[in-house]
Design a protein around this ligand. Structure first.
Ligand code: ZN
Ligand code: ZN
Length: 284
């Protein structure tokens, strides 16, 4: 079995296991729209696996052939894993940080990223909740195509596994970080350090929240939270968040969420609940 297939199967198996645990324990039903969430996750999985992967693979293959005429295939395979892995991982995380940050700062890019933020509860399904064009912009997709071409598939696969596991651990509905900290108060100095270096549920839940303990326009790093610390976008609330999603989440049309800019729809009318002072529209 080649490394690409093995990586795909491992990721899918871990994702399905985590999803089954949250489903079995009723964690997915706390969302007000579990059916819609499930459809979005399925679409994300399908578009990443079947459409975007193939498109980016072909585009990167074409680019590589145009640039190097096929001579570079496997040309970096002699580089040690212990050099290739940190270079790919640190580089990819840095690129992701900036693309994610621009996605929050530039309006047209925000509409492609917004689908990830419209989830009104957090769970592992949100890892694959996105507009189908978002994955085409992610550095991981492009870096992967070139890494395999150049013979750095193993180092790339290791980097993907680290970011994937972080995504599962930071999107899960379980606040395992608070659970551990409450049971081991003596370990606080360690957590102080850890939470400034890597992303934890605390900081990523804050990125998806509004209201108390929220920090939607910051905490952009997938794994290396230290980039947020260095670039001044870090906020560490150390608490459980109450409201997730966007105040306009209930008013977004599903087709625009998945397919913008191909499909553009006006905001749906406000519901009676959204118009009350305590409703989601007033919560921000
Ligand atoms: Zn974001
Ligand atoms: Zn997220």
């Amino acid at each position: 079995m080649d490394i690409q297939t093995l990586l795909g199967i491992t990721i899918l198996a871990i994702f399905l296991l985590a999803f089954a645990i949250e489903f079995g324990s009723g964690r997915l039903r706390v969302s007000p729209r579990p059916g819609r969430d499930f459809l979005f996750t399925l679409t994300g999985l399908f578009s990443q696996g079947m459409i975007s992967g193939a498109l980016i693979g072909s585009a990167a293959g074409y680019l590589a052939a145009a640039l190097w005429g096929g001579e570079a295939a496997g040309s970096l395979s002699h580089i040690s894993f212990w050099i290739a892995f940190p270079v790919i991982f640190l580089g990819e995380e840095m690129l992701h940080y900036w693309i994610h940050r621009y996605a929050h700062e530039w309006r047209w890019l925000w509409k492609i990223h917004r689908t990830h933020h419209s989830a009104q509860q957090l769970n592992v399904g949100v890892v694959y909740r996105y507009n189908i064009f978002w994955v085409m912009l992610l550095p991981q997709s492009w870096v992967g195509a070139f890494a395999f071409y150049l013979g750095l598939g193993e180092a790339y696969a290791a980097a993907v596994m680290v970011t994937f596991l972080t995504n599962v651990l930071t999107h899960t509905n379980y606040r395992w970080d608070l659970w551990l900290r409450q049971r081991m108060p003596w370990s606080e100095p360690l957590w102080w350090l850890i939470e400034r270096v890597i992303t934890l549920p605390d900081t990523h839940h804050a990125h998806h929240a509004y209201g108390k303990g929220a920090h939607p326009n910051g905490n952009y790093a997938v794994t290396l939270f230290i980039y947020d610390v260095v670039f001044g976008t870090a906020k560490i609330p150390n608490r459980k968040q109450e409201n997730f999603g966007l105040p306009i989440s209930p008013r977004l049309h599903w087709a625009e969420e998945l397919l913008w800019p191909l499909v553009r729809k006006p905001l749906l009318p406000r519901t009676v609940k959204a118009e009350t002072p305590s409703g989601p529209a007033a919560a921000n």
